[in-house]
Design a protein. Structure first.
Lengths: 259, 285
């Protein structure tokens, strides 16, 4: 950690408007978020409250209408390999094998062949896809595809991994397994993770800090520090207490909004 | 990490031992081939009985066409002006088709990538190209003859034009259909700007491009005959026209068969190439 005082990611009063068929949609209104290196943060909130928008601004796919998005204190101007995105729909290149997908960024950046091969093999093994190294995406299950997507951003030296409901399309068992694997990966590296989810349980299971967003227009509502040891037991009383507390917070927005 | 993968990698068929399933598969294939041959065989038979032995017939019987074809290819039967000339004509036509088609690929492919991806190029060129498109290739023939003279260069130009639009339109379509997600993925992995053309746009639109190549080559064979029908000495179109003037219907039909065979073979070659390059695509066989 070079400069522990500067946050790795910072959203300062970020607003985002979209013009949609002549209408102005305010997706974010003054969102503030500070992410420190090594943190695992889950973003949670009702559908349409701007979670994806916030993540896409962090990735550099979108620019804020007002406010600042910073990485290591410098404005984020566009996508960069230091911030890797894992999409819910995988976004793998169908014409490349597992190896090709994982090595895509390195090849695009003109790294030497030997280095690419080395790195790719290491990450193929890391996500347990050795037998499938030469398979194409359409030959993989959803869980395997998402492993490739994760390995792809890691192989590319991502410091921050941005994940937008990455396990949302997977069945419960695969999802549980990938959660464990992700935590293992995160614990064994110095990764910083910003993870969007719809599932309160997933948020409490994974993160150091849960950031709850509220809709109409989207902003950060509250944050909850989770100082629980890992691995966390989803059936423990503490876990359940936190879960229902979060549940209540999220539902109070709906009540407030309806009133 | 300790992840144990279950299941086997994508199927690899065991070699050596011929299994019952494999035999059945072979039997199935033989049946398919037999079925596919039954229809042309029926037509040949009907053709034979309708024409053989008839005192007067506009169409010669199949046996006579076969003889004409043999003479055209190897000579030794009629020993006239047509004998043993097939190779010359085939080479002339193939040369023009490949030349015109190749030029069409060289122009239409980059242009299609640009029109599909760069709004400025699209806004500048697309309206004009769309206006010119409804003009049938055959309608260009007189103008081509004026511009390039009566001769092989007109044929070459027509082939180019015939192959150009299918390739262009399918390439543009393929490029436009590339998911934005893939561009986002590429740019967050450090592949931005023009580098995306070779690493994302081209491979992602390759299936559509191959459809365009097949269509374009098909059109090239259609158009070459028209192009060779006036004022060209060699080529399959030329030989058909000449034989018609001399009322050598059997040679007309032999020429038609040669064109069909060449068109079929070239289509197969493109398909084989496509199969190799597109093995990653679940929709491509
Ligand atoms: N490209 C866009 N054009 C127009 N409106 C957009 C665009 N992207 C997002 N929006 C709008 O911004 C708002 C926030 O969208 P966003 O996708 O960030 O929500 P979300 O919290 O991720 O929702 P979900 O949980 O359903 O994924 C929505 O009202 C959406 O319609
Ligand atoms: Mg979303």
């Amino acid at each position: 950690m070079s400069e522990p005082t500067i946050p790795i990611l910072e959203m300062r009063n970020v607003s985002k408007n979209f013009d949609f068929s002549g209408q102005r949609i305010q997706a974010l209104a003054g969102a503030n978020l500070t992410v420190r290196k090594g943190e695992f943060i889950c973003l949670i909130g009702a559908s349409g409250c701007g979670k994806s928008t916030l993540l896409r601004i962090a990735a550099g796919f979108e620019q804020p209408t007002s406010g600042e998005a910073l990485m290591w204190g410098k404005p984020i101007n566009g996508p960069d390999p230091s911030r890797g995105m894992v999409f819910q729909d995988y976004g793998l290149f169908p014409w490349l094998s597992v190896r090709g997908n994982i090595g895509f960024g390195l090849a695009a950046r003109g790294r030497p062949k030997a280095e690419i091969q080395d790195t790719v093999s290491r990450y193929v093994d890391m996500v347990g896809l050795g037998k499938f190294a030469d398979a194409y995406p359409h030959q993989l299950s959803g869980g395997m595809k998402q492993r490739v997507a994760i390995a792809r951003v890691l192989a590319n030296d991502a410091e921050v991994v941005l994940m937008d409901e990455p396990f949302g399309a997977l069945d419960a068992m695969t999802r549980d397994r990938l959660q464990d694997e992700l935590l293992e990966l995160w614990a064994s590296t110095s990764l910083t993770v910003l993870f969007v989810t719809h599932s309160i349980e997933e948020a409490v299971f994974l993160s150091d800090r849960v950031v709850a967003m509220s809709p109409g227009p989207g902003r950060i509502d509250s944050e909850l520090l989770l100082d629980l040891p890992r691995p966390r037991d989803v059936s423990s009383p503490t876990f359940n207490a936190i879960r229902s507390d979060l549940n209540q917070r999220l539902h109070s927005h709906h009540a407030r909004k309806a009133a | 990490m300790s992840i144990v993968m279950q299941g086997a990698p994508p199927a690899t068929r065991s070699r050596g031992r011929v299994s019952a399933a494999r035999l059945r598969e072979l039997g199935g294939r033989a049946g398919q081939v037999a079925l596919a041959l039954a229809f042309p065989a029926a037509i040949l038979t009907a053709w034979h009985f309708a024409t053989a032995g008839a005192t007067y017939s506009l169409v010669p019987p199949p046996a006579e066409v076969a003889r004409a074809f043999w003479d055209l290819a190897f000579g030794g039967i009629n020993d006239d002006a047509f004998s043993q000339t097939l190779l010359t004509h085939v080479l002339a036509s193939v040369g023009r088709v490949l030349g015109g088609f190749g030029l069409a690929v060289l122009v239409a492919l980059p242009l299609g990538l640009l029109i599909g991806r760069v709004p400025f190029v699209r806004q500048m060129l697309d309206p004009t190209l769309q206006l010119l498109r409804p003009i049938p290739v055959t309608a260009w023939l007189p103008l081509a003859m004026i511009l390039f003279g009566i001769g092989p260069r007109s044929a070459f130009f027509l082939v180019f034009l015939g192959a150009f639009y299918p390739i262009l339109i399918n390439t543009v379509f393929g490029v436009r259909a590339v998911e934005t997600r893939l561009f986002e993925a590429a740019s967050m992995l450090g592949c931005k700007g023009p580098a995306q053309f070779s690493r994302v746009v081209l491979p992602a639109s390759l299936p559509a491009i191959f459809t365009g190549l097949r269509l374009g080559l098909g059109f090239a064979w259609v158009v070459i005959v028209i192009g060779e029908m006036t004022g060209v000495q060699t080529g399959l179109g030329a030989i058909i026209m000449e034989a018609r003037q001399l009322s050598r219907t059997e040679i007309v039909i032999a020429g038609m068969i040669a064109i069909g065979a060449l068109g079929f073979i070239s289509d197969r070659l493109v398909m084989l190439l496509g199969r190799r390059l597109l093995s990653w695509s679940p929709n491509h066989v």
